[in-house]
Design a protein. Structure first.
Ligand SMILES: C[S@@+](CC[C@H](N)C(=O)[O-])C[C@H]1O[C@@H](n2cnc3c(N)ncnc32)[C@H](O)[C@@H]1O
Length: 344
């Protein structure tokens, strides 16, 4: 269960019940169906009492690969590898401007509390280093490790001058090559949607952090508009906000908070889902591994690949992803046309 607070027009925090009080303007209900903010009911109280102001948290998978009811063709390591084999060529220039701007990145990293240049930071699924560029504004690059399963994405990161001193390694978010209690901060932006077992990845985030360390996971949110929902389900994992919170809490994190992010020109509209839609943070309260016990990893990447099925899945996933190239263009046009005083 979680209570909710709003801090700023596009900033919303879902606080776990273990977070005692929220500062700022609270509201009594989260629009978890992803409609625009004007539908939220605001209250003027500065504190959210530790009370019955809660929301229903539906059950979500604890540690399971894709359910067959939701194909999510690219929520799979092999397919994500090939997806980024090609997308890496245009990623920084075509994908980020529509979904993941520098403003959004800085907004999303703010709860990570990168307050000391000597902090040890891991950027998991760091790709071309776009988020790492935000991290090294606050932390010395030599203390930052970028990990990704795609050598093609990492090749782009290696070319960036401010990242020259970062450690850059290939690896799997669900099986991190860092020792337990290693880092002060764990950051992962826009990668969870490809992990077959997101709970396992978040459990790994917990393991590699030092006591008092903080994880900051930035990811998509599930659409409510039926067509966007259809394409999201065909493409990859778009978790619900309450799923993020449940995964963090199950992994053992305390003070779990969720802040909404989105491109400015969406004016807070969330019905299409957002590929970078929220920044979730949690603090590791004790040293050692996560209290959550999981069975062995289902290593789908090692399973024999049937070329035709693989190609078909890949093609369908890529077609579905194309919808989310059109949505930001449509929202941008709407923002230009509809007067600022009216909702879009
Ligand atoms: C949308 S990109 C995000 C890149 C970067 N974090 C950014 O902010 O621009 C997603 C990245 O996650 C990586 N990825 C997907 N599954 C992964 C896994 N299981 N382990 C590590 N990286 C993974 C992809 O290769 C890709 O580079």
């Amino acid at each position: 269960m979680a209570s909710v607070m709003l801090c700023g027009t596009e900033k919303l925090a879902l606080l776990s019940t273990r977070t005692p009080y929220a500062n700022g303007f609270g509201f009594t209900g989260s629009d978890l169906h992803g409609k625009s903010f004007p539908k939220l009911s605001f209250t003027a109280t500065a504190r959210v009492p530790n009370s019955r102001r809660t929301m229903v948290v539906p059950r979500c998978s604890v540690s399971a690969s894709r359910p067959s009811s939701q194909p999510r063709f690219i929520q799979h390591k092999e397919e994500a590898f090939w997806f980024y084999r090609f997308l890496s060529i245009v990623y920084d220039h075509v994908i980020n401007p529509g979904h993941w701007t520098e403003d959004m990145r800085d907004d999303a990293l703010e709860p990570a509390d990168l307050s000391n240049r000597n902090m040890i930071v891991v950027d998991v699924g760091g790709g071309t280093g776009f988020t790492t560029l935000g991290i090294v504004k606050h932390v010395d690059a030599k203390n930052v490790t970028i990990l990704d399963q795609s050598p093609h994405q990492l090749a782009k990161a290696k070319q960036k001058e401010p990242l020259k001193e970062c450690k850059i390694i290939e690896g799997d978010a669900e099986d991190l090559p860092f020792r337990t209690d290693y880092a002060d901060r764990y950051v992962s932006a826009g990668s969870i949607e490809y992990w077959p077992d997101p709970q396992r990845g978040i459990k790994e985030a917990y393991r590699v952090l030092k006591i008092g360390g903080k994880a900051c996971l930035i990811g998509p949110v599930y659409p409510t508009f039926w067509l966007s929902r259809f394409f999201a389900d065909v493409w990859m994992l778009f978790p619900k906000e309450e799923e993020y919170i449940e995964w963090f809490e199950k992994a053992g994190f305390k003070d779990v908070q969720l802040k909404r992010i989105g491109p400015k020109w969406y004016r807070g509209v969330r019905r299409h889902g957002l590929i970078m839609g929220c920044s979730v943070t949690g603090v590791k309260p004790a040293s050692g591994d996560s209290p959550l016990q999981l069975g062995p990893k289902q290593e789908d990447v090692k399973e024999p690949v049937k070329p035709f099925v693989f190609f078909l899945r890949f093609l369908l996933g890529v077609l579905a992803a194309s919808w989310f190239v059109l949505v930001p263009i449509y929202m941008w046009l709407k923002d230009q046309i509809v007067p600022k005083s009216q909702p879009i």
